[in-house]
Design a protein around this ligand. Structure first.
Ligand code: ADP
Ligand code: ASP
Ligand code: MG
Length: 423
């Protein structure tokens, strides 16, 4: 008998018919002899609707009350799935974040999971029940409800899997695995049988929202076996333990199974339209100038991503360009406006019509030329590069937003990632 976690995302839980299909899928795993905990998202669109209500009530809403409101979507779907399971003869019980409990930090609206008490969960599983756990929520010291940041149900699922020492954490979604790029943008994207934790971490952090970044970091740290697979399949779909989806694996496991020559240099390409570019013109070219820009931003909790400092002008000044999350742009402008005299820049310009395109692959550790292929390919299409960052297994460029889809498509072809199409 294996212990498994099954996580179902918003589109998989969108409406009673879908929830019935999820219940049937869970029943199959129970009948195969598994002990099952299910982690669920709110119905698709529901969290957006709830966030909208908070904003409408007050643009300066209290994050504690925001969490009370937005966590409710998952309360509804966990209860409904327990009902749907009971209706087909599967004993089931829901366990809200505060009932287990799932302890989190008190960073309301973006809390981090600390520990999960498994006593109640273990007893429920031992009684032969399916435990249904709403994703995205937990409880902070002082018994206030918290949420984990958008897309957080993936992280709930991995954390529950680690706590209950599950054999696998199956993430059921609306695509049948992790692809070389978003299959909704590039129809010729290929499904990957395996991807390493590190690659998935990079891909998620640069925009591949199929998994929340934190969930991948946690899986890597806790060595949780994660599979991404589709919930949109019929009763004759292969069982999850035959691994029909994409497995997230350690690098050793990957190299063991795939001969070096068969490995692609690049594993995947991601895009992110949620960054904004800021340029400070004519900053004094002297020690401490850059610190005077980034220190106040860091103090305000704003994460700066890409940074370019231009060659100094003959006047002893330089231009500094960087990106921040688009949602933090108003606050960034405010902080930089207040620090104008200290920094000593002449002009501040910003642009939200930018996109970050990233290529990721562990193969680039041992191969040169990845970045140059990227720059040449984009150059040939007349796509201008505004900023660049790299890591050991990733190259990212900032381009004009209108070219996003074109850039992803041409790079996908340039790195030989396109799937064969039947003639
Ligand atoms: P869920 O509601 O199940 O959590 P999400 O919408 O959060 O689902 O994530 C699934 C979506 O991720 C897919 O519909 C797909 O458009 C998108 N996606 C982005 N990049 C990738 C990728 N490389 N592989 C697969 N899906 C991707
Ligand atoms: N319902 C939450 C969201 O939409 C959490 C999740 O689905 O992962 O962000
Ligand atoms: Mg998701």
């Amino acid at each position: 008998m294996a212990r498994i976690v099954m996580k179902f995302g918003g589109t998989s839980m969108a409406g009673i018919e879908r929830i019935r299909a999820v219940a049937a899928r869970v029943k199959r795993e129970v009948e195969a002899g598994n002990q099952v905990a299910v982690v669920v998202s709110a119905m698709a669109g529901e969290t957006d609707r709830l966030v909208g209500f908070c904003r409408e009530a007050s643009s300066l809403y209290d994050p504690r009350e925001y969490d009370v409101v937005v966590s409710s979507g998952e309360q509804v779907t966990s209860g409904l799935l327990a009902i749907a399971l009971q209706a087909i003869g599967v004993p089931a019980r829901s366990w809200l974040g505060w009932q287990l409990p799932i302890h989190t930090s008190d960073a309301f609206s973006r809390a981090r999971i600390g520990t999960i008490d498994t006593a109640a969960l273990d007893e429920s599983l031992m009684r032969g029940e399916v435990a249904v756990i709403p994703g995205f929520q937990g409880v902070a010291d002082g018994d206030r409800i918290t949420t984990l940041g958008r897309g957080g149900s993936d992280t709930s699922a991995v954390a529950v899997a680690a706590a209950m020492k599950a054999e696998r954490c199956d993430i059921y979604t609306d695509v049948d695995g992790v692809y070389t790029t978003d299959p909704r943008i590039v129809p010729r994207a290929r499904k990957l049988a395996r991807v390493t934790y590190e690659e998935m971490l990079e891909l998620a952090s640069v925009g591949a929202k199929v998994l929340q970044t934190r969930s991948v970091g946690l899986a890597m740290k806790e060595q949780v076996r994660v599979q991404v697979l589709s919930s949109f399949t019929g009763e004759d779909a292969p069982m999850a333990d035959t691994l029909p989806g994409t497995m997230i694996v350690g690098e050793n496991e990957l190299w063991e199974e795939i001969a070096d020559v068969e490995r692609q240099l690049i594993t995947g390409i991601a895009h992110d339209k949620n960054e904004a570019k800021i340029t400070l013109a004519s900053v004094p070219d002297k020690p401490g100038a850059v610190a005077s820009i980034f220190a106040p931003l860091a103090d305000a909790g704003i994460n700066v991503d890409m940074i370019v400092q231009n060659v100094a002008h003959s006047t002893g000044s330089t231009d500094v360009t960087f990106t921040v999350p688009a949602a933090d742009l108003p606050r960034s402008l405010d902080v930089l406006g207040q620090a104008k005299a200290t920094i000593g820049y002449e002009k501040l310009v910003h642009d939200t019509r930018v996109a970050k395109i990233s290529v990721v692959g562990v193969g680039m550790r041992s191969h040169a030329g990845v970045a140059s292929t990227m720059f040449t390919t984009l150059g040939e299409r007349g796509i201008n590069i505004q900023a660049i960052t790299t890591s050991e297994i990733k190259v990212s460029v900032l381009i004009e937003e209108d070219y996003t889809e074109l850039a992803v498509r041409v790079l996908h072809t340039a790195y030989g990632l396109d799937a064969e199409v039947a003639a």
